[in-house]
Design a protein around this ligand. Structure first.
Ligand code: MEV
Length: 337
């Protein structure tokens, strides 16, 4: 039996625009998905996911994952999560040259599904890592990240960047621009997350931005402007000392860019009333900056605040179900057992 766990992430800057080759800077956070893989004697795949839904569920099927029968999966979100598990199994079979490998898989996650914190990337990364290790064919991190990206790309009908999967594999802060992915040195930023209890449909939201961008030059310009502000943010991070606590000037400058980034994402139609309400609650509480994180449509915002004020204000904000401080996860995917 092999257990691997991979972190979720927040986007400091650059989601959506990264799909069109602009740079993005996501940072891994200490909320993880753990996947257990136990090889079986047959070619069946049995998936148990107790905490992906209120009731939990178990499903077993044989042969290719595309043959998965129409089982009673509790919600569309869990159905989507199952798609990522299927894709992870296929990538592990392919990497290990074991097309008929069967597994008992258990998924446990403390990352809310579809909420902008990289739950699907964490499940895919931990799943491929656990399944290939269980077959005695561990992958190096670059190949693991690449295969995890391919899995997401397939599930999201060809609409995915490498950002979420690379960040979850490597941990820390990373920069992604097209297929150029590198870890970067960044100070430990005081992230506060607000979660509205909901989720967005990444595929639909990405398709919405694609359509706007194709229809209006000003939408295409907006995507490019996101790229410009990310480059500005990268310069700020490059000048900062990664070993020291970030100084107030750096936080103010990063926060200003986050506010701008949120405005541009809202212009691209991916914010939501609940996300805007949490962003404004964070700003009113004195956060240096705040923006939605991930695909949007619902889910989470991320703010920068070294004091408790934003977390407290968010916990009293109508529509905010949970507020928490998110520590940078310096370690990416790891083997637990
Ligand atoms: C989703 O977490 C981030 C998006 O940029 C999509 C992607 O990069 O694959 C919206």
């Amino acid at each position: 039996m092999t257990v691997c766990e991979a972190p979720g992430k927040v986007y400091l800057f650059g989601e959506h625009a990264v799909v069109y080759g602009e740079p993005a800077v996501p940072a891994a956070i200490e909320r993880r998905a753990a996947v257990t893989a136990e090889p079986r004697a047959d070619d069946h795949v049995r998936v148990e996911a107790e905490d992906l839904s209120l009731d939990g569920f178990t499903v077993e099927y044989s042969g290719g994952t595309s043959d998965r029968p129409d089982v009673d999966v509790p919600t569309p979100l869990v159905e989507a999560a199952m798609g990522y598990v299927d894709a992870a199994v296929e990538q592990a079979r392919d990497a290990a040259d074991a097309p008929d490998a069967g597994f008992d898989i258990t998924v446990e996650s403390d990352i809310p599904l579809g909420a902008g914190l990289g739950s699907s990337a964490a499940v895919v990364v931990a799943g491929i890592d656990a399944a290939t290790r269980a077959l005695g064919e561990p992958l190096d991190r670059r190949e693991l990240a690449e295969r995890a990206y391919r899995a997401e790309f397939e599930v999201q009908d060809g609409q995915a960047s490498r950002a979420d999967t690379f960040c979850s594999t490597m941990g820390g802060a990373v920069r992604v621009e097209g297929d150029d992915c590198e870890p970067i040195d960044a100070p430990n930023l005081p992230f506060v997350v607000g979660f509205d209890g909901g989720a967005g449909d990444t595929g639909e939201l990405v398709a919405g931005v694609r359509a706007l961008r194709a229809e209006h030059e000003f939408a295409a310009d907006t995507v490019e402007s996101v790229g410009d502000l990310v480059r500005e943010g990268e310069r700020l991070l490059a000048d900062a000392d990664p070993e020291s606590d970030p100084d107030p000037e750096l936080l103010a400058a990063l926060g200003e860019l986050m506010d701008f980034n949120h405005g541009l994402l809202a212009a691209l139609g991916v914010s939501a009333r609940s996300l805007d309400a949490m962003v404004w609650a964070a700003r009113d509480a004195g956060a240096h900056g705040a923006k939605l994180t991930g695909a949007g449509g619902g889910g989470c915002i991320v703010a920068l605040d070294e004091s408790d004020a934003t977390e407290t204000a968010l916990s009293f904000t109508q529509g905010c179900e949970e507020a928490f401080r998110a520590e940078l996860a310096t370690e990416g995917v790891r083997v637990v057992e």
